[in-house]
Structure formats: C-alpha cells, structure tokens
Design a binder for this molecule. Structure first.
Ligand code: CDT
Length: 311
C-alpha cells in the first residue's frame, strides 16, 4: 500500500480587524474546495486563522481580548469548516485562540487542531514557545503580546496516527527551536503541520528584517532533514492592519528540499504529493536515532533553561 498523502498548504492573505470569523471561514472553505479539485487529503491553514493577529495590539480590557478567542470548537461560525471536511472528504489543520474555563480558572492558549476526513478532531496542540513580551512597549511600531495573552501550552509536542501516517503539530515560533523537531522526531513524526504569522519587521533587531524569509526556511529545512519528516508550513501573509506579514508558505521534503512554495502574499493553495515512506531515507540512515544518538551527552538540554556560565 502506498503512503502518499496529498497535502495542501492553504495560505491566507490578511484578515482585517473588523473582518468576522464567518468571512474568514468562507475564504477557508473556498480553499478547501480548490484542494478537493486537486485531490488533497488534508489542508493546512495558518496560526490564529480565524481573526486578525490580535497580539499586535495592547488591550487593557480583557473582554476585548477575549472576543478573539473560541470557547467551543466547532462553534456556530467554525462549523462550516467541519461540514466542508465531511462533504469534501478532506481533513484540515487549523490554528485558533482557545479559551477554556477550568473551575474558577480561565485559561487561554494559542492552539491548533487536526480534523480528519470525517470531521472529527483527532489531535490538539497548544503552542509551547510563545514569543514577544508581557507589557505594553509603546516604542514598538506594533506590539507582539503573545506572552501576555496566552499561557504556554500544557500538552507537550504530540503526534497522532492520521491520513495513513504519524502527524505532529507546532505553531509559528516553535519552528525556530530545534527541540520542537527533535521531540517530534523521537516520536516518529512523518508529517509535521505548522501555521505562522511572522511580521517582516522585528522591532528589537530591525537589522534582521531582510532575513525573515531566510530564517523561516533555514530552520524548517534543517528540522525536516535532521528528523526525516515532511513539513507543511503555512502563513497568514500580506499587509494586515499596516503590518507586513511574511508569505512563502511551503512544503518541505524529509531531505530538506522545498518541493512547493507560495508565490503570492494572498489566499493561495499549493499542493504536494507527500510520500511518507521517503522519511525512511533519512530515519533509517544518516539520522538513525537508535544507532547513532548519544543522549548521555545531551542531558544539559533538559537540565538547564539558560546558558551555564563557563567555569
Ligand atoms: N506568531 C509568532 O510566533 N511569530 C513570531 C514572530 C517573531 S518573534 C516576535 C515568529 O517566530 O515568527
């Protein structure tokens, strides 16, 4: 039996602050229809795909922040995605802001889910590496308040059996950290899905603005190769409320090669036939973990968070 999964990377262009979830969902359902016409098994949408990227604004009114969060999934406005999955026989990955009431405690996560072809949620991930800052920093051209509005994910880096393979998830900033890929790699990941919102301008180090696209691809190509996995990475792109977001959504082979890449910064679907058995070319050879890894020398990675001073 072949293990070819036809995957669509469904990049979204900007979503305005006053755009409704239903408007965004209509655009996504349209992309799912395009994906069906191209025989996709699954499509990957961006991080926080239902609304504008709200962490760019400081809001002191928690009710205003909470308006960007989903209290149920699916809810009335997101149900059409699940119905389209069933009607078209296509799964999807979706990023959204999740609000959970746990007794007296309200918890907020930057979350993604995998939904199968039957419209069932088969996996959930809560973003672990939250970038940005906690406090209002008015000197910035725009804020990046993920640290304020979300708590770090509490579910770890999971994998699930879906679409005939082992599928893992991550969100945006996670892709910059080698630990993300290696934990998923050690769980046998064959297809990693990831959504992102990456401003071209990084206020603390603007000298690197011209390197955003390079950094985006270099980390993911290395992560794919070093762990022998396909990666589908999908942007919310374009000029959103005056903030330019990186595009270049892509599908990367386990060899580290980019096999498909978006060429616009709007709504755009790219497709690749991902042969999951190609993961073995890497996993059984140069990165055969059980034969070559030397974990006794890697202890520091989990024993310290910051740099240990040089004696
Ligand atoms: N959404 C997200 O994680 N974006 C970050 C922006 C850079 S850090 C402020 C990223 O890693 O792309």
């Amino acid at each position: 039996m072949t293990r070819i999964v036809t995957v669509g990377a469904a990049q979204l262009g900007p979503i305005a602050r006053n755009e409704t979830r239903s408007q965004a969902v209509r655009r996504m359902v349209d992309l799912m229809r395009q994906a069906k016409a191209k025989s996709c098994d699954v499509v990957v949408f961006p991080e926080l795909a239902l609304t504008t990227f709200f962490p760019r604004w400081f809001m002191s009114d928690q009710a205003e922040v909470d308006a960007y969060f989903e209290r149920e999934m699916p809810g009335p406005e997101t149900r059409p995605l699940f119905e389209a999955a069933v009607d078209l026989g296509i799964g999807f990955y979706l990023g959204y802001a999740e609000l959970v009431e746990e007794g007296e405690r309200t918890r907020r996560f930057n979350t993604s889910i995998i939904v199968d072809k039957a419209g069932k949620i088969v996996g959930k991930y809560r973003k672990i590496h939250l970038p940005g800052h906690h406090e209002h920093e008015p000197w910035r051209a725009f804020q990046h308040l993920e640290k304020r509005y979300f708590e770090p994910g509490d579910l770890g880096f999971g994998v699930w059996r879906a679409f005939g393979g082992i599928v893992g998830m991550a969100l945006c900033n996670d892709r910059r950290w080698p630990e993300t890929y290696r934990v998923l790699g050690l769980k046998g990941v064959e297809l990693m899905m990831l959504g992102y919102n990456t401003p071209l301008h990084y206020p603390p180090v603007p000298e690197h603005d011209h390197l955003q696209a390079f950094h985006n691809h270099i980390v993911m190509q290395a992560g794919a190769y070093q762990n022998g996995t396909w990666i589908v990475a999908v942007a919310k792109a374009g000029r959103e409320e005056g903030c330019d977001l990186l595009g270049q959504s892509c599908i990367i082979a386990p060899t580290g090669e980019i096999v498909a890449m978006c060429s616009t910064i709007g709504d755009e679907l790219i497709v690749a036939d991902c042969d999951l058995d190609r993961c073995k070319e890497i996993k059984d050879n140069v990165f055969r973990f059980d034969y070559y890894r030397q974990p006794e020398h890697y202890r520091l990675i989990v024993e310290t968070k910051g740099v240990v001073p040089c004696p």
